[in-house]
Design a protein around this ligand. Sequence first.
Ligand code: FE
Ligand code: FE
Ligand code: ZN
Length: 276
Amino acid sequence: MVYIGCHLSVTKGYEAMGNVMKGFGGNTFAWFTRNPRGGKAKDIVDADAAALNEFVKTNNFGKLVAHGSYTMNLCASKPETRANGLDMLKKDLERMEYFSGNYYNFHPGSHVGQGIEKGIELIAEALNRYLTEDMNTVVLLETMAGKGSEVGSTFEELKEIIDRVTYKDKLGVCFDTCHTWDAGYDLVGDFDGVLTHFDNVIGLDRLKAVHLNDSKNERGSHKDRHEKIGEGYIGLEALKRIVTHPVLSDHPFILETPNDDEGYKKEIVMIKDFFA
Ligand code: FE
Ligand code: FE
Ligand code: ZN
């Protein structure tokens, strides 16, 4: 059993995404909680959210992985940018409660010259403002490629954020294969070693979801350019080992590859065939 899907557009509503993914042959998906470029979130329609929750149960979907906006920078140096990020986080987490029990992942942030330590402090401070004891969403920090001044391109940095957060049981990690590869982790030669390192630093129980991507660049490039499955530097064999790794079974795998609908359908079939 594998939970596989891709990013979908929320423009036609929530239940509609479930139907689209079923049509693609998948059983999980991701969506941006608002326009990826920022701006106002789609108003929640209670009935539509409830219909998606029902659809997910009936069709045995895995956990869904909503994605925060790329413009949300919780460790921005400009006060307006950070305030805007805090507001997005607050509203996104409120909205996620309509989809009780699922995941919300986001990019920890870019420290823009303030230094990694300051970045880590600001991100943790933001999480401590809005994570609550009774929330039903698990918030996932995404592993980053280390482009520019991104925070979270090493497991140690993610661990430092987690250590500072009060409600740690509401926190996990979303493992992006393109990002960890671009950050320098050897997913091809020693994926078991990467997992062992993750376990030693963060703990594998925090690894909740995977963004499944190939990479257009060599290991350690810090570029963050996703490639179609099997067409990049990570390659099909290594990605197959990742998807079928027993430690990751039952986790949602979300494709973020450069594809149209047909391309995603093909990749979903390809992934399911690993288990055939
Ligand atoms: Fe992401
Ligand atoms: Fe990602
Ligand atoms: Zn990326």
